[in-house]
Design a protein around this ligand. Structure first.
Ligand code: NIG
Ligand code: FE
Length: 414
């Protein structure tokens, strides 16, 4: 397939580049302006260039797609979501509007435990059906790779039910799917007041079962005030390491929790949220392989501070942005909105926001060798835009429809 008449190709990287840090986030992704073409071979990008260099014989025998002057950019890599859940929590939305905080709603038995009760009553097939609708929604909006967490099961059987749904999404969706075991998202109801016994259950029962079925690439812990402590987090991460499962941590959302340092010390792929992160956390990330993942949709929805993205990038860190799509703190998986919040509220440039939502998101789920940039050899996962005046327009006019077509693994999404 040969795509012609592309006004600009954005997000070009050489094959060896699998993450961008600091200043590189603004400058390293190259663009090809003027009229361009891109060649797809099966599921992969094979080449691109300027229309002026294209000869008539290059067109023969090819399936030609006319981009009609739209831009072409890599599809989004959303490295932190919870899209497998039952129903919604719109019932708590009014409490939130009336002024209850996320923590107050959770203390009243709402929040994550409310979702766990609903999930328990929902069959695996029905859970798949609901999650598939969300996944199809976000792929249509340009997400090509996505990480999905468990964590609304909170019993051995229900955590496995969630992870099997993720495994099925992985099989059946054209998106690249990575799965994370988040048994330590909240203390399951049956263990109220017995948190350390619940941690034992996560370590001694859940983890071995998850590992035996090969259901998770990563492990996560909600390491924060009112949820799991740094010591409990360390125990869970060390147990997961014995199965070769790498961590991604929820840290510093509700308080400056110590989650960043424990994540870094255990070689976490990413530490996520970071709304309350301060200079010691930024310092601890320097020189680590850990990506600083920020979730502006949660700040927007909960009315909490935005994570210090500008400061983190200026200090040289690799920052990713993700949607956190979940029923309690971010009921949206729209990565274009995430990029817009990154620019408007976190003061990232459009180029930095694109890097944060593509290559660095891919790095945060260890798929940057195959996703996250326009690079020959990587998957042909990209968005063709409607004609737009500039790339900045995507996050500036942040609700104007901008997508013309989405391609995943070289196939147009219908
Ligand atoms: O990333 N912070 C913890 N977990 C999710 C919210 C989960 C929920 O409220 O359902 C988050 O924000
Ligand atoms: Fe989350």
């Amino acid at each position: 397939m040969l795509i012609v008449n592309i006004s600009s190709i954005l997000g070009i990287l050489p094959p060896e580049t699998v993450r961008l840090s600091g200043k590189e986030m603004d400058t390293a992704m190259q663009r090809l302006d003027g009229s361009a073409w891109l060649l797809v071979d099966g599921e992969h990008i094979s080449a691109f260039g300027s229309m002026s260099g294209l000869k008539t014989e290059d067109l023969t025998g090819r399936h030609i797609v006319d981009a009609r002057g739209g831009m072409l950019l890599p599809s989004f890599c959303d490295s932190h979501t919870h899209i497998v859940y039952a129903g919604s929590r719109d019932g708590e939305y009014l409490d939130k509007i009336r002024g209850l905080s996320y923590e107050e709603i959770a203390r009243r038995g709402g929040g994550i435990l409310n979702s766990a009760d609903l999930l328990h009553r929902t069959s695996e097939d029905e859970l798949y059906r609901q999650a598939r609708i969300r996944l199809d929604e976000v792929t249509a909006k340009g997400t090509g790779a996505i990480e999905i967490k468990s964590g609304y099961g909170l019993t051995v059987a229900d955590e496995l039910k969630m992870l099997r749904v993720i495994a099925r999404l992985k099989q059946e969706s054209p998106a690249v799917v990575r799965s994370t075991f988040l048994g330590a998202h909240a203390v399951g109801r049956a263990y109220t007041g017995r948190q350390s016994e619940y941690v034992d259950l996560v370590i001694n029962d859940m983890l071995p079962a998850v590992a035996a079925e090969g259901l998770a690439e990563f492990v996560d812990v909600f390491c924060d005030e009112g949820f799991f402590t740094v010591d409990e987090t360390a125990r869970i991460l060390d147990a997961a390491a014995r199965y070769g499962i790498r961590p991604k941590i929820h840290a510093c959302e509700l308080a400056n929790s110590g989650g960043v340092q424990i994540g870094v010390s255990r070689g976490a792929l990413s530490v996520d949220h970071l709304e309350r992160m301060e200079q010691p956390e930024i310092d601890s990330l320097h020189g680590s392989g850990t990506i600083a993942t920020m979730l502006p949709g949660a700040s927007f929805f909960l009315g909490i501070p935005f994570a210090p993205a500008r400061r983190a990038v200026d200090s040289g860190l690799a920052v990713a942005l993700a949607s956190d799509y979940n029923p309690g703190s971010s009921p949206s998986g729209d990565m274009r909105m995430v990029m817009a919040l990154g620019c408007i509220r976190m003061r990232l440039t459009p180029a930095e926001a694109l890097a944060a939502c593509t290559v660095n998101g891919a790095a945060a789920m260890d798929v940057a060798g195959t996703c996250g940039a326009i690079t020959p050899g990587r998957l042909a996962n990209f968005i063709i835009t409607r004609p737009i005046p500039s790339d900045a327009f995507i996050t500036y006019a942040y609700t104007t429809p901008f997508i013309s077509e989405v391609y995943l693994r070289g196939k147009k999404l219908s």
